[in-house]
Design a protein around this ligand. Structure first.
Ligand SMILES: C[S@@+](CC[C@H](N)C(=O)[O-])C[C@H]1O[C@@H](n2cnc3c(N)ncnc32)[C@H](O)[C@@H]1O
Length: 278
């Protein structure tokens, strides 16, 4: 488990999400997040509804991005309200809907754990980018009301050392390594989520993985192509790939030759115990 005591990213990086890479003010960043959301929202929403999210539920969506899931929780699951939190709320503020509250804050701030109590606390594709992840899981568990549920989703890399070398695997490996060095992104510990949720005092813990098919032109293919473009400098700095390799991988993703596994999304959840007698 990697935790940087001084807040620096493990691997030497000192940057932060939204500053060193994935800057929200850079044209197209909202669309990139939306492509990821298009690939995963149906699956996330189905899981949240299966866990009971519905009328009467007060929900917190941490690192809510463009707010697609928060809005669908309101419109389709008919939850009571959603507090959508992000370090930059420009995309959330663009499309207000009744029941959606927006809070701009950095969830690594020590006072974030005093942000109220919720039946559902949800964070997708956020903790993997934050070196303080161990502490944050404990902090998020604190925000769950007794009888409520914490749901965490993050990426699992399926390009193992044995995966055949293709333009895609070459660039994916460089992306993970480059993001780790630049902002501390680390997906290697994501399969440990169930144990981490248990360690945070939650019970009836379980998890599942969804892998969207990499079909040319699909939202997930466009998401990876956009993500590589935005992390190009970090990838080149690893020395594992050059610009031609990135361009080749983008063309490969969009071709019938593409034969690869997307990173999966692991979703893990755990319930906050009710006090004895309740
Ligand atoms: C990859 S996007 C995921 C967005 C959304 N959860 C989704 O799955 O569509 C990561 C989001 O987390 C936000 N984020 C990153 N670090 C954060 C921090 N320290 N505090 C609050 N939000 C943060 C980013 O601004 C971005 O909107």
């Amino acid at each position: 488990m990697s935790t940087a005591a001084n807040g620096d990213a493990p691997g030497g990086g000192r940057g932060h999400y939204g500053e060193a890479v994935f800057r929200p003010e850079q044209a197209g960043e909202g669309e990139r997040i939306d492509f990821g959301a298009l690939a995963y929202d149906d699956f996330s929403l189905a899981r949240l509804r299966a866990l009971g999210a519905g009328p009467g539920w007060r929900c917190l969506d941490v690192g809510a991005g463009t707010g697609t899931l928060a809005r669908r929780l309101l419109a389709e699951a008919e939850v009571a309200d959603v507090l959508a939190v992000d370090r930059d709320v420009r995309f959330l503020a663009e499309r207000p809907v009744p029941g959606l509250q927006v809070l701009e804050t950095d969830i690594t701030r020590p006072d974030f754990a005093s942000a109220g109590r919720y039946r559902l606390v949800h964070a997708r594709f956020v903790l993997m980018h934050l070196p303080e992840r161990d502490r944050l899981i404990t902090a998020l568990a604190e925000l769950v009301e007794p009888g409520g549920v914490l749901v965490l989703s993050d990426a699992v890399d399926l390009t193992s050392d044995r995966a055949p070398g293709t333009p895609y695997t070459e660039v994916m490996r460089a992306m993970w390594q480059g993001l780790r060095a630049t902002i501390g992104t680390d997906v290697s510990w994501v399969p440990s989520y169930p144990q981490l949720l248990r360690a945070a005092g939650l019970e009836r813990v379980a998890a599942e993985i969804h892998v969207p098919p990499l079909v040319p032109g699909s939202p997930i293919s466009r998401f990876w192509a956009d993500t590589w473009e935005r992390s190009r400098a970090a990838m080149l700095a690893t020395g594992l790939v050059d610009g031609d390799a990135v361009d080749r991988a983008v063309r490969y993703l969009d071709s019938d030759a593409c034969a690869a596994l997307s990173a999966g999304m692991l979703t893990a959840w755990g319930w906050k115990p009710r006090p004895a007698g309740h």
